[in-house]
Write a protein that binds this ligand. Structure first.
Ligand SMILES: Cc1cc2nc3c(=O)[nH]c(=O)nc-3n(C[C@H](O)[C@H](O)[C@H](O)COP(=O)(O)OP(=O)(O)OC[C@H]3O[C@@H](n4cnc5c(N)ncnc54)[C@H](O)[C@@H]3O)c2cc1C
Length: 407
């Protein structure tokens, strides 16, 4: 009987395990996770999950019975420590050895750490349910939370903490928030919304000094501003967890490098989710996004079963900030121009076009679910390499569906 082992019992690993069964695999499946919980969803950790104080269970993807019914063995609280490619075995930290015929690496990413914070009591990072539980227990109304990094996680957390009645200061070294992935027009809206809700955002200056005390953290910014907070969360991005793959001699290129079928430089080993970099539209990219972790999990399962179809899904990401949602489909790095479609209720979409007129990305901002339909259609236009007319994109009376190329 064939043995398939999946390392990393997160979003992608859990999806891959389920998909292997859905796609008819009848061999053994072992899903190995180093966390003490069954696989759970991460996006709620900075959002609704942060609104409840201690004691909440993780937002599980499936319960133990669902894995057992499908004959999937889930190993928790045990890390894969070494891959031996010659003997096709994985050694776990507990000493157990698992043989494999095919192996999937779905090890995710870990928060980038700020060396100055090491060993400080009131400093937190947010990636796991246990991180969230520790932090949530500290969010008492009236206390002061400082957050370094105005990226998605930092800002979502700022909104949640503010809803719980904390004083919140976000510190961003770059000149504007969400600089890495979000167009300026949307970042400005996000900033205005946060400030209107009483969050203080300090931009453009790095941290000159960071010290801990018995009851908090003291920060001095490069312009001399002093921030004294009861606790600090560092949200300065994440790094792919590649150590295991690197030790095994697999190719690493901003993540575990895979080809279009998510196969690594070893034909028996695949990688998917936040830990991998993969070819997309003429370049190699790495994403940290819920849906690509899901889709790549299912795709890797198919590839492990011999399907050679390329993974070509359009990247898609969302973030919730107070009662607003931001969504991005595609990647805007190849864009040379952008046009705007205002769709009412303070919602709008920016369409990003490449030099040849091809739509390469769409970013939207609006209350509730207002932008969802247009972004979904934009995603289809991007997938079909459409070259829509700018005047039609900007006109809210034109249904984007009508711009989809036929066939
Ligand atoms: C707080 C938060 C909010 C987010 N919000 C959004 C959002 O709004 N929208 C969005 O699109 N995305 C969001 N994301 C990103 C999304 O959750 C990730 O892209 C997704 O979880 C990636 O799935 P993954 O399975 O690749 O990695 P992970 O979910 O990180 O799972 C990897 C698992 O592998 C384990 N592991 C690593 N190494 C080993 C080893 N050697 N042995 C055993 N186990 C190992 C890890 O501990 C982890 O449990 C958010 C992420 C966080 C942290």
């Amino acid at each position: 009987m064939a043995d398939f082992v999946i390392i990393g019992a997160g979003q992608c690993g859990a999806r891959a395990a389920m998909a292997l069964r859905e796609q008819g695999f009848e061999g053994r499946i072992t899903l190995v996770g180093d966390e003490r919980h069954l696989p759970y969803e991460r996006p709620p950790l900075s959002k609704q999950h942060m609104l409840v104080s201690e004691g909440a269970l993780p937002p599980f993807i499936a319960d133990g019975a669902a894995f057992a019914e499908r004959g999937i063995t889930v190993v928790t609280n045990d890390a894969a420590a070494q891959i031996n490619r010659d003997s096709r075995t994985v050694r776990l930290a507990s000493g157990r050895t698992l043989p494999y015929d095919k192996l999937l690496l779905a090890t995710g990413a870990a928060p980038r750490r700020l060396p100055a914070t090491e060993g400080l009591e009131h400093v937190f990072y947010l990636r796991t349910h246990d991180d969230a539980a520790r932090l949530s227990g500290r969010l008492t109304p009236g206390s002061h939370l400082a957050i370094i990094g105005a990226g998605f996680i930092g800002l979502e957390l700022a909104a949640s903490a503010r809803k719980r009645g904390l004083e919140v200061t976000v510190i961003e070294a770059l000149p504007r928030i969400l600089m890495r992935a979000v167009p300026e027009a949307i970042a400005e809206k996000v900033q205005v919304l946060h400030e209107a809700n009483g969050i203080s955002i300090l931009r453009g200056f790095g941290i000159e000094r960071l010290t801990g005390s018995a009851d908090g953290v003291n920060l001095t910014l490069a312009d001399g501003t002093v921030v004294n907070a009861d606790m600090l969360v560092v949200g300065i991005g994440a790094q792919p967890r590649v150590e295991l793959a690197a030790q095994a001699g697999l190719t690493i290129e901003n993540g575990i490098a895979v080809d279009q079928s998510l196969q690594t430089s070893d034909p028996t080993i695949f990688a998917a989710g936040d830990c991998c970099s993969f070819p997309y539209d003429g370049r190699r990219i790495r994403l940290e996004a819920w849906r690509s972790a899901q889709d790549q999990g299912a795709h890797a399962a198919a590839s492990m079963l011999g399907d050679t179809r390329p993974y070509e899904a359009v990247p898609w990401f969302w973030s919730d900030q107070f009662d607003y949602t931001l969504q991005i489909a595609g990647l805007a790095d190849k864009a040379v121009s952008a046009v705007r479609r205002d769709i009412g209720d303070d919602a709008f979409i920016l369409f990003h076009l490449a030099e040849n007129g091809r739509l390469v990305s769409a970013s939207g901002w609006g209350p509730g679910n207002r932008i969802a339909k247009d972004i979904r259609l934009a995603e289809m236009l991007i997938a079909k390499h459409a070259t829509p007319d700018s005047s039609e994109l900007t006109s809210p009376s034109v249904n984007l569906k009508s711009l989809l190329p036929r066939g």
